[in-house]
Design a protein around this ligand. Structure first.
Ligand code: TMP
Length: 211
């Protein structure tokens, strides 16, 4: 990849932590760097990926095996990397992705109990050496997130899991951040929005994304 490639930022967290509000804020910050910012999401981001997203999240596929779920996530990701993320970075754009492989470690690894070696094999296969330059995890207690999310819409196939599933998801996110502090930052999302956004500016500056 050329030396002038854009930066790849991913946003993570359990439901109800304010991912959508803060995604718009991060996009504005990234645009201030003078580069175009492509905002995208996983699973999704391409016509095939969005079709796979529907299959993954709709209740029609209740009881899908964990391995099928894992492989569909990576099928969507392979298409997304090939068609959107890598070309955008190579063209010098920043890419902000709402969820990426850390979600797979958290949901399919922590939540479903798939061994993380299987996930890292797929990660290495599909991504090669590409990893996000910075992953921002918005963190709040499961109860807080679920209360906020519950006020919004009917839960999809994954959101309807029980609290202990989301406790494992949250725990895995925090573990990932402690293993890779140079590229994964945890932000306390249980405080006022202004304070959340101050923390976002701080970590993006600290990680050399913002000047
Ligand atoms: P979203 O609605 O917050 O974009 O997320 C879609 C759902 O997909 C969410 O419940 C998390 C889940 N998910 C996984 O389980 N594994 C993954 O790798 C990704 C990207 C998302």
């Amino acid at each position: 990849m050329s030396g002038d490639r854009g930066r790849f930022i991913t946003l993570e967290g359990i439901e109800g932590v304010g991912k959508t509000t803060n995604r718009d804020y991060i996009q504005r910050l990234l645009e201030q760097t003078g580069r175009t910012c492509i905002v995208t999401r996983e699973p999704g981001g391409t016509p095939l990926g969005e079709a796979l997203r529907e299959m993954l999240l709709e209740h029609r596929h209740e009881g899908m095996s964990s391995d099928a779920e894992l492989l569909l996530m990576f099928a969507a990701r392979a298409e997304h990397l090939h068609k959107v993320i890598v070309p955008a970075l190579e063209a010098g754009n920043n890419v902000l992705c709402d969820r990426f492989t850390e979600a797979t470690y958290a949901y399919q690894g922590g939540g479903r109990g798939i061994n993380d070696k299987k996930i890292s094999e797929l990660e290495n296969w599909v991504q090669g050496e590409l990893r996000p330059d910075l992953t921002i995890i918005l963190d709040a207690p499961v109860e807080t997130g679920r209360k906020r999310a519950g006020q919004r819409s009917a839960p999809d196939r994954i959101e309807k899991e029980k609290n202990d599933f989301f406790e494992r998801v949250r725990h895995t996110y925090l573990e990932l951040a402690s293993h890779y502090p140079d590229r994964i930052a945890v932000i306390d999302a249980g405080v006022d929005l202004e304070k959340v956004q101050d923390q976002i500016v701080h970590v993006m500056t600290e990680h050399g994304i913002l000047a």
